[in-house]
Design a protein around this ligand. Structure first.
Ligand code: ADP
Length: 302
């Protein structure tokens, strides 16, 4: 059993030949409505890896919220700790994706910003009974800190994906068993610009000095840097054809959490997560691209 505390968003994706200028109306190629949000994506990734996932989150009382919950239920995710808030919009991400593969995103947090201390208190038994707690930073930092506290009190392992990038105290970092982050987030938290494997190693070491136990720094198509207490090493990514990198990080984090909850060793857990993330890159969208365990294992053992 895994507990996820995090965000739920509806992604509204416009494919466009190029980015519009201020005041311009531009004909797009197509429109896609995709279920997203870092918390929800990671919960889905964990569920598709076979875990029993309990999700603590907020939606609005609108059609987007209903649609997102329906999708989560289809993946077998437990929704008992999701609160639907009256007169509030569900989180929405408006995404422009151009022919060059660049994106521009406007995010409105909506109900995600209202996840509060009573939501966490109400889920404290579920968190205490979990093998592992998984959090990101698309919900208020106070509530994330409270969730981490309740996990630590019950001796539950904590995986934190500090995304979107945001400053964190050493006190929070010291409570995190596995800090999983990309180049941007690592730069924000370590002060080291991460551009290659060497700088990744430096940044990860800094984050360990700040208190994080294990640091996993993902490096996109390159792979990842693993920094544990006894050893640090690079692991290459799987080679795949890129369609859309949305949710690569989320798929990595959710799958990694399941492997750790199952008791896999660190290297094996990282490779399982990289296999899942690489498959997510080969398909369009957020939750639409997250693979099932069978495919992930097949690629891993090929
Ligand atoms: P984020 O989406 O948070 O920026 P990354 O881009 O670092 O995260 O991707 C996370 C993981 O997903 C990487 O460590 C890698 O294993 C996998 N991945 C990402 N992009 C690719 C790619 N183009 N080819 C293969 N694997 C990829």
């Amino acid at each position: 059993q895994i507990a996820v505390v995090g965000s739920i968003n509806m992604d509204l994706v416009f494919k466009t030949p190029r980015m519009p200028l201020p005041g311009e109306t531009l004909m797009g190629h197509s429109f896609h409505q995709v279920h997203g949000g870092k918390g929800a994506n990671q919960a889905v990734a964990a569920a598709r890896m076979g875990a029993d996932v309990h999700f603590v989150a907020c939606v609005g009382d609108d059609v987007n919220g209903k649609s997102c919950l329906q999708a989560l239920a289809q993946d077998g995710i437990r929704l008992d700790h999701i609160r639907a808030i009256a007169n509030t919009a569900t989180g929405v991400a408006g995404i422009l994706l151009d022919d060059a593969g660049q994106n521009c995103i406007v995010l409105t947090t909506g109900a995600n910003a209202l996840l509060n201390e009573s939501d966490i208190a109400g889920a404290s038994n579920t968190i205490a009974q979990a093998k592992l707690l998984l959090c990101q930073l698309e919900t208020p930092l106070d509530t994330v800190a409270q969730a981490i506290n309740s996990a630590k009190q019950a001796d539950v392992k904590v995986v934190l994906n500090p995304a979107p990038a945001q400053a964190l105290s050493d006190q929070i970092l010291a409570q995190v068993d596995y800090l999983v982050l990309n180049e941007t987030e690592a730069a924000e938290l370590s002060g080291v610009a991460v551009t290659n494997v060497e700088s990744a190693a430096v940044a990860a070491a800094k984050l360990q000095q700040r208190g994080a136990s294990v640091v996993l720094l993902t490096l996109g198509a390159l792979g990842m840097w693993v920094a544990a207490s006894d050893s640090s090493y690079f692991l290459p990514a799987f080679k795949v054809e890129v369609v859309d990198t949305t949710a690569a990080g989320d798929t990595f984090v959710g799958s990694f959490a399941v492997a750790i909850a199952e008791g896999q060793d660190l290297r094996a857990a990282c490779m399982l997560a990289q296999s899942a993330a690489a498959l997510a890159v080969t398909k369009f969208g957020a939750q639409t691209s997250i693979p099932l365990r069978d495919a992930v294992e097949r690629q891993l053992h090929n």
